[in-house]
Design a protein around this ligand. Structure first.
Ligand code: 2BA
Length: 109
């Protein structure tokens, strides 16, 4: 058993959950926040048999798009000194950041 943890953009999350469930997988959707942009994103946890991981990854690849976004430079950490001048930064977000984790034990009680 593996746990696929996929951090995706909110705009792709609905379609991805639909495709994953339509294909017989189970998924849990979490509302999360990226540490860099401090903006909302979505984390999906998908428990799946080892041999079906590639299928899940393919669904993620099919749905999740890379998007460019121009953002203001991140503000400095609290307590730092000096003048902060924000400047625009272009970042490419997603398609998806994916972790595939071994599951030692899987129980439904
Ligand atoms: P955020 O941390 O909000 O990052 C959004 C996008 O900003 C990133 O897209 C990347 O293009 C850029 N970015 C992040 N940190 C940066 C930095 N120190 N300098 C310059 N640009 C930076 P993605 O790489 O596609 O990541 C999308 C979201 O996936 C992230 O949102 C974060 O929530 C998650 N993520 C990415 N890598 C991760 C990791 N190694 N561990 C945990 N979460 C991760």
């Amino acid at each position: 058993m593996k746990l696929v943890i996929a951090i995706v953009q909110d705009d792709d999350a609905g379609d991805l959950v639909d495709i994953i469930t339509e294909n017989g997988f189970r998924v849990t959707k979490l509302a999360t926040t990226g540490g860099f942009l401090k903006a909302g994103n979505t984390t999906l946890m998908i428990g799946v048999e080892k041999e079906k991981v590639d299928l899940v990854l393919k669904h993620i690849e099919d749905v999740c798009k890379v998007r460019k976004q121009v953002v203001s430079s991140p503000s400095p950490v609290a307590g730092s000194t000096g003048v902060y001048v924000p400047y625009p930064v272009e970042v490419s977000i997603g398609g998806a950041t994916i972790f595939v984790v071994d599951v030692d034990k899987f129980l439904r009680v």
